[in-house]
Design a protein around this ligand. Structure first.
Ligand code: DAH
Length: 349
């Protein structure tokens, strides 16, 4: 019995130490000292004891009851006085809340998304960890083809934690960090079929030594338009609208042949430099032109990989360097600033 009393005392004192709320305190007092409280119930059991024990323990229990009642009273007073100190002066000026802001890449991405949705393009996403198949093969870049050398790739090896895989493919390097957003062209065709109009902004990776102009992580915006009578003129028309919305109505677009395995013919799109308006300056390296987009007519092999009948449908595809557009727009001279997380840089936008 004595032990029970000790135990109960310890319990109550411990709980009192952590209580912050007056109502919880009241409830606790009832739980232990109330008419049906634990201490009261213990006291009732005294009748089963001998006279000697009754005297002994009875007075100890009564003392404890008084002591605990005192402690509860004290704790209540303490909480009440703390509450008074909680007084809030509503006339004080509020704390300044720092608002976040958009990353420059996000600003440019949003701008492009607005233009493309106004032309009826869907905005799509694709995986950053991509299969070798979608990143290369489906885009008409077979294994061991020299075109693979155009993109320094992070090949990713599966670890053998995936127990469902056989020994033979545990080391197979069939995953890559996507080197461009182009794989989503094929994914989109497989999912939505033709006709199709979509753009895909996203993060890409290449195994580059980094410096002011190279980074292992960068952003592109891919585009694809498939329909029955799509021609080179449609491609030039759409891209012209885009660059004129970006850089003003006088902006010219010129296209120069360039090889990309997934288009035929393919080209590099260049716009009149928006700083010197074509006269030649440092930004455009005195050429008057800025290279901002690769594009071309979708290769039949790529349409086939997407499950689209190349006898019926044709299309064009393009890839903007989103990182490059952002650097041009804000005159950012070091690509590493974009992923560096330095607030002195980010707070300027
Ligand atoms: N994927 C190319 C690259 O990363 C860019 C590109 C070029 C995309 C031509 C296209 C295209 O869709 O038609 O270099």
């Amino acid at each position: 019995m004595k032990e029970k009393l000790e135990q109960l005392k310890k319990e109550v004192l411990e709980k009192l130490k952590v209580i912050k709320d007056i109502q919880v305190l009241r409830d606790l007092e009832i739980k232990y000292l109330g008419r049906k409280g634990e201490l009261t119930l213990l006291l009732r059991q005294l009748s089963d004891l001998s006279l000697e024990q009754k005297k002994n323990i009875g007075s100890a229990a009564n003392d404890l009851k008084l002591e605990l009642a005192e402690k509860f009273k004290h704790a209540a007073e303490l909480l009440e006085s703390e509450k008074k100190n909680d007084f809030v002066d509503l006339t004080l000026p509020g704390e300044k809340i720092n608002r976040g802001r958009l990353h420059p890449l996000t600003i440019v991405q949003n701008e492009l998304e607005d233009i493309f949705t106004s032309l009826g393009f869907m905005i799509l996403d694709g995986p950053e960890l991509e299969s070798d198949y979608f990143n290369f093969e489906a885009l008409n870049i077979p294994k061991y083809h020299p075109a693979r050398d155009m993109q320094d790739t992070f090949y990713v090896t599966r670890t053998n934690t995936d127990l469902t895989r056989t020994n033979a493919d545990k080391t197979a390097s069939d995953l890559v960090l996507r080197t461009h957003t182009s794989p989503v062209q094929v994914r989109a065709m497989q999912k939505y079929g033709a006709p199709l109009r979509c753009v895909v902004p996203g993060r890409c990776f290449r195994s580059e030594a980094t410096d002011a102009r190279h980074e292992h992580t960068f952003y592109q915006l891919e585009g694809l338009m498939i329909d029955k009578d799509i021609s080179w003129a449609d491609m030039k028309g759409v891209l012209e609208v885009i660059v004129q919305r970006l850089y003003g109505p006088e902006t010219k677009l010129r296209m120069r042949p360039k090889f990309f395995p997934f288009v035929e013919p393919g080209n590099n799109g260049e716009v009149t430099c928006f700083i010197c308006r074509g006269a030649g300056c440092r930004l455009c390296k005195q050429t008057g032109w800025l290279e901002i987009v690769g594009s071309g007519m979708v290769h039949p092999n790529v349409l086939r990989a997407g499950g689209v009948d190349s006898k019926v449908y044709r299309g064009f595809a393009f890839g903007f360097g989103l990182t490059r557009l952002t650097m041009l727009k804000y005159n950012i001279n070091d690509i590493r600033l974009l992923n560096g997380g330095d607030l002195r840089f980010l707070e300027q936008f």
